[in-house]
Design a protein around this ligand. Structure first.
Ligand code: BES
Ligand code: MN
Ligand code: ZN
Length: 501
């Protein structure tokens, strides 16, 4: 076990799994720190427990004396129960009229987040809806209750939520187990993605992958820089060669399906830090580039979830990990780099490094005769300009795959929106001296980034690229989640894989 700043590896043991149970007892007498009741607009769903009335009644009066807009979308009331019921706090989450997953997630989360500021370790939840929705409720609670505070040492770290009790009848053990697995995978991924560049570099990232593999019984192979040189991974080496922390290539295999079944291959960009290299970034917000590993972290999280859920299919995760720094040994603008595919890339801008490491990983992915390839990458700032933080961009060579992924996005609230890869865009990445160039300038940046990758894909292989630059992290706190890593992609891709299994 490696000790980083006194913290354990995140994939060690059962760290951070929420303990979830179900109860039909009277919630007003339950041994939980707080109770959460969700209320639709007009307050139609009165909880069936009379005992809550004596607390809920006055609370409702207080929050909305006219009683007309009670339950309004996003409204939150948190109050101490003053001994009138056993839980110390009671919270009301206004859910509005819609049942759209993204909206509910925010409304529910806002109440949870406010509650958790009161050092809540256990939370009771009155389920107002059908039990099949248990999973997203758990995910919303995970999302809202998490706070990255590993390195705070001033003694005022808030207590973490450890336990959820659902007051509902007949929630299946299997549903609880699956929710626990998914929420745990998301939680561990956020914790890893939030780590700074001096704690997680390509080597320690690989150690995390190996730890996950042990925990979930996956096979894991890590190639170091010597092996990468021998195998011809020129792209990954070129991006990583400016740092004293050399690059790694990580392969994880989950075999839940028949031995001969083609695997779905997931590829995740893991730049443990992206300074831009010789084409250095402005210092403003450069600190955020520790999140440039989010695609790779999402792939770890998906493998964690898929194996934990024991899906009946084969999934392989590939993660090129590197640190992009300027130095005397760094790659320069103008360099020609021989890639794994044998083709030469002209480096126009060393800050367009993600596509260079991904191109090698995608070339490798195609050797595995995959059923489909999906890559996740914080690839372009242009994606953030196009979509803000509301959705990820999806581009690919297979319309059906893109549609399936979009559909999974709507179901999970991790939304995708397509962009075109017309031949005119493909033309823009052609190089005068090599096969392609790694930057075609600012215009249409997300599209040309994808077109670069497309140049390394065989048309016969079904492939989609998700640009998660806008969605992988938030720069400021929101009512329903802390700032920092969001683990975007895990809920989405796991959902999609379940529809295939
Ligand atoms: N990791 C960045 C993309 C990024 C930028 C994500 C800002 C989130 C916020 C990526 O490696 C990068 O630097 N891309 C360049 C590409 C350009 C040089 C063609 C960009 O977007 O500026
Ligand atoms: Mn970059
Ligand atoms: Zn980057």
């Amino acid at each position: 076990m490696v000790d980083l700043f006194g913290i354990k590896l995140f994939y060690d043991g059962k760290m951070n799994d929420l303990h979830i149970t179900c109860s039909t007892a009277d919630p007003s007498k339950a041994n939980v720190d707080a109770l959460l009741v969700s209320v639709g607009e007009f307050g139609r769903e009165t909880p069936p427990w009379k005992s809550l009335g004596k607390v809920l009644g006055p609370l409702c009066e207080e929050s909305d004396p006219s009683r007309r807009f009670f339950g309004k979308e996003g409204s939150v009331v948190v109050a101490p129960s003053l001994g009138r019921i056993k839980p110390r706090f009671i919270a009301l989450a206004g859910m509005g009229k819609t049942s759209e997953v993204g909206v509910w997630r925010r409304c529910f989360g806002a109440a949870v987040r406010k509650l958790c500021k009161n050092s809540i370790r256990s939370l009771g939840v009155l389920l107002p809806f059908k039990h099949t929705d248990l999973e997203w409720v758990v995910l919303a609670i995970e999302e809202a209750s998490y706070q990255f505070q590993n390195f705070k040492s001033n003694g005022d770290d808030e207590a973490e939520l450890e336990e959820i009790v659902f007051f509902a009848q007949s929630v299946s053990d299997e549903a609880i187990r699956q929710s626990t697995v998914l929420a745990g995978a998301v939680r561990r991924a956020r914790q890893l993605a939030n780590q700074p560049g001096n704690a997680i570099d390509p080597r320690t990232f690989a150690l995390e992958a190996q730890q996950l593999a042990r925990r979930r019984r996956l096979s894991c192979v890590v190639w170091d820089e010597r092996r990468l040189k021998r195998e011809g991974f020129g792209g990954i080496l070129a991006v990583g060669c400016g740092s004293v922390h050399p690059p790694r290539f990580i392969r994880l295999d989950y075999r839940g399906g028949p031995a001969r079944q083609a695997p779905v291959v997931l590829v995740g960009k893991a730049l443990t830090f992206d300074s831009g290299g010789i084409s250095i970034k402005p210092s403003d917000k450069m600190d955020e580039m520790k999140f440039d590993k989010s695609g790779g972290v999402a792939v770890l999280g998906i493998m964690d979830a898929v194996a934990g859920m024991r899906l009946k299919m084969n999934v392989t995760g590939l993660i090129p990990a590197a640190e992009n720094l300027p130095s005397g040994s760094a790659c320069r603008p103008g360099d020609l780099v021989k890639m794994l595919s044998g083709k030469y890339v002209e480096i126009m801008n060393t800050d367009a490094e993600g596509r260079v490491v991904l191109a090698d990983a995608l070339a490798y992915a195609q050797r595995l005769k995959p059923r489909a390839v999906v890559d996740l990458a914080t690839l372009t700032g242009a994606c953030l300009i196009a979509f803000a933080r509301e959705c990820a961009a999806v581009l690919g060579n297979d319309e059906t795959l893109v549609e399936q992924l979009q559909e999974a996005g709507e179901c999970t609230g991790e939304r995708l929106w397509p962009m075109p890869m017309w031949p005119v865009f493909q033309e823009k990445v052609k190089s005068d001296v090599g096969y392609v160039k790694n930057s075609a300038g600012r215009e249409g940046g997300t599209i040309t980034g994808a077109c670069f990758l497309n140049a390394f894909m065989d048309k016969s292989v079904s492939w989609a690229h998700l640009d998660i630059a806008g969605t992988a992290w938030t720069s400021s706190e929101e009512p329903y989640r802390a700032k920092g890593a969001t683990a975007f992609g895990i809920r989405l891709i796991t959902h999609w894989l379940r529809t295939l299994a």
